[in-house]
Design a protein around this ligand. Structure first.
Ligand code: BGC
Ligand code: ZN
Length: 372
């Protein structure tokens, strides 16, 4: 079968390669975990989404091949259809639409209880990112434990299951952490960034009834603004209204969801959070970026205001379920809006160069490959 891979450590090494098609008896990552007898699921890949992580892996900023090899099959946002299942699989059947989680468990207590998304080990195993091959191929096999069903009525949004899981986890973590206050009724949220994560977070916060400001650099009219407003949020361009000015106008936010991929903004967000508020960081920022901030002022305001920073990465299978539920709820509340995030289809794995080019240009809201 065809697969798209990189040679980790070598910039711009993305390439197409021929690999043996997996079968139910394969162990896809024996160096991390083994699929128990009869629990394998073989999936035909329909679509794979890509994001800045894939671009940065191709830039060799991070990412590692599974031990014993020099290449890494990329792709961590999976959507496909079950072809065959082992005799001990009851959760899915051939024909079902599915996505598959990204992390595989290490050895910490969190990994052992199914919370590999909060592993306490430094090394993390992620399909398509670190030490495990990804989904950008015609087929994959994995343990039923990591396969998540996508309802048939949501198959047009199936490729967003992984990014939705990342948002659902981050928001869940923020709300859980805010239980420290005993009473917390957030009214206003700022979402920084209007990429796929920013827009999905906008939708999820609107579903929770918050007044949401989705904040990005480009001035409207543009698609991001249109989508944010279709979810009932207010879109703000920082070129027209810088963050401090917006805060003076509308008030400080109780929750800030940071998803810009810009390290400076992670810290600028600290300057505008309300008392008792929570700032959620989800950006993954490769490379180096030094900034000057007024640390004394932030420290003073944060201590006097009991403010909290929560960071969140990845999502386990429960977060995939939560993300899929939110996508479904979003379809009911804002019919047809989320599908418009899927702006740039690439037809077939053969066109992997076009896919990487679109990512590098950084103009597309969402690039995904129609594999089959
Ligand atoms: C993925 C997450 C992953 C993170 C860190 C993100 O792009 O969506 O699943 O945990 O990168 O590698
Ligand atoms: Zn990602």
């Amino acid at each position: 079968m065809k697969a798209v891979a990189v040679l980790p450590g070598q910039p711009n090494s993305v390439h197409l390669r021929e690999l043996p098609s997996p079968t139910l008896s394969d162990q896809p990552h024996p160096h991390v975990c083994r699929i128990p007898e009869g629990r394998s699921v073989l999936v035909k890949v329909l679509r794979v989404g890509v994001d800045a992580t894939d671009r940065e892996i191709n830039e060799a900023l991070y990412g590692n091949a599974p031990p014993g090899g020099d290449f890494l099959v990329i792709g961590h946002e999976s959507f496909g259809q079950v072809v065959e299942v082992g005799d001990k699989v009851t959760e899915v059947r051939p024909g079902d639409y599915v996505s598959c989680t990204v992390r595989r468990p290490g050895g910490s207590i969190f990994d052992l209880i199914g919370r590999n998304d909060v592993t306490s080990e430094e090394t993390y195993y992620e399909r398509g990112i670190n030490l495990c091959h990804g989904y950008m191929a015609e087929y994959f096999v994995d343990d039923a434990e990591y396969i998540v069903r996508v309802p048939v009525g949501l198959k047009h949004l199936g490729v967003l299951a992984e990014p939705a899981s990342v948002c659902a986890k981050a928001l869940e973590q923020a709300y859980l952490a805010q239980e420290r206050l005993q009473v917390w009724e957030p009214r206003r949220a700022f979402v920084l960034g209007a990429g796929q994560i920013g827009l999905l977070a906008t939708m999820m916060l609107r579903l929770r009834g918050l007044e949401v400001y989705t904040i990005a650099s480009s001035p409207p009219p543009n698609l991001k603004a249109e989508l944010a407003e279709s979810y009932g949020a207010t879109y703000v361009s920082t070129r027209q209204t810088p963050l401090p000015e917006l805060t003076r106008k509308v008030g400080k936010p109780d929750l800030i969801f940071e998803a810009t991929g810009n390290a400076e903004l992670c810290f600028r967000a600290m300057e505008v959070l309300a008392h008792n508020g929570v700032l959620v960081w989800t950006s993954i920022t490769g490379g180096k970026h030094e900034v000057t901030i007024d640390a004394a002022k932030i420290n003073l305001e944060w201590v006097l205001g009991n403010k909290l920073l929560v960071s969140s990465v990845n999502g386990n299978r429960r977060h995939f379920d939560l993300g899929i539920q939110a996508l479904a709820h979003g379809e009911m509340a804002y019919p047809g809006v989320t599908e418009r995030i899927l702006t740039h289809p690439v037809d077939g794995l053969d066109h992997y160069k076009e896919m990487m080019h679109l990512l590098e240009e950084n103009k597309a809201l969402k690039v995904f490959v129609n594999v089959s």
